[in-house]
Design a protein around this ligand. Structure first.
Ligand code: R5P
Length: 259
């Protein structure tokens, strides 16, 4: 791996390769979802506990101060919406040139394995990896499931993560599931875990983070379970202590307001 690629990855995963990324890219297909109507306001109190942001170029240009000293992962896929016929119908909408111009530390692209757009999204991933290798830009593959949340089992996610790694992605973002070790152990590149829709309780999200780390994940790329929480700062601090300090859920929960 060349220096530029290594440097970008090490900025995204400090502290021995661990990562607390804050995902705020949801608007690219969900529009202004609850608590992310004003991204700048949402992230302001959270930024100091974040290793990197995941977002689109539109939010970056319009809502983020260019003086910010924080790496970011640029979502470069889209073309779908929650109102459309198929969430899997994504292609590359932001060029590698844009990613370089904006000083991204990685580009992120969703793959939809097992859907009618499997070939389209995997081909786009391959193309991005080719361009990323040329310019020293890491590619994060996101194993998306669209509306079919029940697809999140170890067999399916292992398939998706392994394919993403085989096609050359430098890291993969996926969902936690039972037997998550199987997913991590069969994927030769670092895995970070998405939170998914808001869970029933904050403790559920902390358990998800801890179980992911115990199974070998490098960290989280979490959104709704942090910023849709009534105690968003407490949540990100608690998640951070699990990822970076190896805290137990019980210890981490002390950082919540009602801990
Ligand atoms: C999908 O909207 C994006 O890829 C998100 O970045 C990803 O789902 C992580 O956010 P959350 O933890 O809210 O699922």
């Amino acid at each position: 791996m060349d220096w530029g690629m290594k440097n970008r990855l090490s900025r995204l995963m400090p502290n021995g390769g661990k990562a607390v990324w804050l995902a705020i890219d949801h608007g690219y297909f969900l529009g202004p979802i609850s608590k992310l109507e004003d991204p700048a306001k949402t992230i302001k109190p959270l930024i100091q506990y974040t290793d990197a942001l995941m977002l689109t170029r539109g939010v970056l240009r319009n809502c983020i101060d260019a003086a910010i000293d924080m790496p970011f992962l640029l979502r470069v896929s889209g073309g779908n919406s929650i109102a459309g016929p198929a969430l899997s119908n994504e292609t590359i909408h932001t060029s590698m040139e844009e990613a370089l111009r904006l000083n991204a530390s990685a580009v992120a692209f969703s793959i939809y394995v097992g859907t009618e757009h499997e070939n389209q999204t995997l081909s786009c991933l391959g193309r991005l990896v080719n361009e990323g290798q040329r310019f020293g830009m890491p590619v994060l593959a996101v194993t998306a499931v669209g509306k079919e949340l029940e697809k999140r089992d170890a067999r399916y996610l292992s398939l998706c993560c392994r394919i993403a790694a085989e096609l050359g992605a430098q890291a993969v973002k996926t969902y936690y599931c039972d037997d998550f070790e199987k997913v991590v152990n069969s994927c030769p590149v670092p895995i970070v875990v998405a939170g998914g829709p808001k869970l029933a309780t904050p403790m559920d999200a902390l358990h998800l983070a801890q179980k992911s780390m115990h199974a070998g994940a490098r960290g989280v790329d979490m959104g709704r379970n942090i910023w849709q929480s009534d105690d968003a700062v407490g949540m990100i601090r608690a998640i951070r202590s699990i990822v970076h300090d190896g805290s137990s859920v019980k210890e981490a929960a002390k950082l919540l307001k009602k801990g």
